[in-house]
Design a protein around this ligand. Structure first.
Ligand SMILES: [Zn+2]
Length: 138
């Protein structure tokens, strides 16, 4: 299995949208619905840098709200359905429009964050030999 790191922006975007590790594009990013794994299972990238915060949610709420309100207004003006029809139509649509894109959007933001951070922090030497091994000799 060839593990070559993603270096192009388009590669990072694709990995993010498919909820994959932003460095190798193979490991999974999430372990729950929106819970990040501590690190990549394939390349060992620590996901501790990833802090998308509420960015994806805010973006999606505006986006979904715009679509649902627009569609509800058009439906009301054209068909004038009873209120329960509105509820039956728009509540599932809101769930689909908000929960559906949440993971890929969060993955995308993390991928972009990683891409830019990796690009600007490349001069940092990779040393960091970790700590004393207290292995007792027999
Ligand atoms: Zn990885």
């Amino acid at each position: 299995m060839t593990e070559k790191p993603i270096e192009t922006l388009s590669g990072s975007i694709l990995a993010g949208l498919s909820c994959a590790c932003p460095r190798c594009g193979q490991g999974k990013l999430f372990q729950g619905f929106l819970t990040l794994r501590p690190r990549c299972e394939v390349c060992g990238l620590d996901y501790g840098f990833a802090d998308a915060g509420d960015g994806p949610a805010v973006f999606i709420i505006f986006f979904a709200g715009f679509i649902v309100v627009g569609a509800a207004l058009v439906t009301e003006m054209v068909y004038r359905p009873p209120y329960w029809v509105h509820a039956a139509l728009w509540l599932p649509l809101i769930l689909v429009l908000t929960l559906g894109p949440l993971r890929p959007m969060k993955g995308l933001m993390i991928a972009l964050q990683y891409h830019h951070k990796a690009a600007e922090g490349r001069f940092g030497g990779g040393g960091g030999g970790g700590g004393g091994s207290g292995g007792g000799e027999p």
